[in-house]
Design a protein around this ligand. Structure first.
Ligand SMILES: NC(=O)c1ccc[n+]([C@@H]2O[C@H](COP(=O)([O-])OP(=O)(O)OC[C@H]3O[C@@H](n4cnc5c(N)ncnc54)[C@H](OP(=O)(O)O)[C@@H]3O)[C@@H](O)[C@H]2O)c1
Length: 233
């Protein structure tokens, strides 16, 4: 039995990951602002990752019977979608806090709180293809996800005994994609591209994406690098 600690379990990929782990008979702790579903062996913790103090106070309640402890930093925010000079400084800071600083603090807390335990330790960051290329209007999102990739590489270099991965999940049919399709085209010039992905049925389901991520976690698929795209597997 594995014990998962997954952020952003109230919708989309995080919820599907939690349900896939529960279906495997594992324990799941979920972290988000909304507490909107219940299931046996699922423990929800209400938290707002935009608040640094809430991140530093977080304690991982590890179960000694588990064979592996897995942190998945999945919660994310697209940020204020506008060209850089039009984004408010508050929202710039907020996007970095939610997408990069909170995962850094949680990863550090997880490393500290599991130090010396004999269980296998895994830390997964849910990154994005947008970490590798610029999407106009997404400067906060792209830069925070690029930083997240380097966080995964840094953890891998500093803690070789820990499995550290950053995964770009592809284009996934979640509330975040609905939000992208509803953005103001005056601020987001690539809106049409995302509407067409949806129209042409090119989005993956969050269930399919989560099952593939679980194959990586369960060592059924070996990723080529610690930073990788799910579509490349
Ligand atoms: N969907 C895609 O096509 C796609 C592509 C590439 C990467 N990703 C990445 O995949 C991850 C999951 O995205 P998704 O598409 O599943 O999005 P989603 O459906 O919008 O889910 C986002 C999750 O993050 C949580 N969250 C957001 N802000 C939070 C905060 N301040 N405090 C606590 N929790 C917060 C939300 O919970 P609450 O609102 O309840 O707090 C929600 O559970 C994100 O990191 C995203 O960047 C998605």
């Amino acid at each position: 039995m594995k014990q998962f600690f997954i952020t952003g379990t109230s919708s989309g990929i995080g919820q599907s990951l939690a349900k896939a782990a529960l279906a495997n008979g594992d324990l799941v702790h979920g972290y988000s602002r909304r507490n909107n579903w219940e299931q046996a062996n699922f423990y929800h913790h209400t938290i707002d990752f935009s608040k640094p103090g809430e991140c530093t106070r977080l304690r991982f309640d590890v179960n000694p019977a588990a064979k592996e402890y897995i942190l998945i930093n999945n919660a994310g925010w697209l940020g204020e979608v506008k060209p850089l000079a039009e984004v408010s400084p508050e929202n710039m800071a907020l996007a970095q806090q939610i997408n990069f600083v909170a995962p850094s603090i949680l990863s550090a807390q997880f490393l500290k709180q599991t130090k010396g335990l004999s269980q296998k330790i895994s830390i997964l960051q849910i990154s994005s293809g947008a970490a590798q290329y610029a999407v106009p209007g997404w400067s906060s999102y792209c830069s925070s996800k690029a930083a997240l990739n380097m966080l995964a590489r840094s953890i891998a270099a500093e803690y070789p005994q820990v499995r550290s991965l950053a995964i770009a999940p592809g284009i996934v049919d979640t509330p975040m994609q609905s939000e992208i399709r509803s953005l103001n085209p005056a601020h987001f010039t690539e809106k049409e591209r995302f509407i067409n992905y949806h129209k042409n049925g090119e989005l993956s389901s969050s269930t399919a994406v989560s099952e593939k991520i679980m194959q990586v976690i369960y060592d059924k698929i070996t990723p080529p690098d610690c930073v990788f795209s799910l579509n490349s597997l």
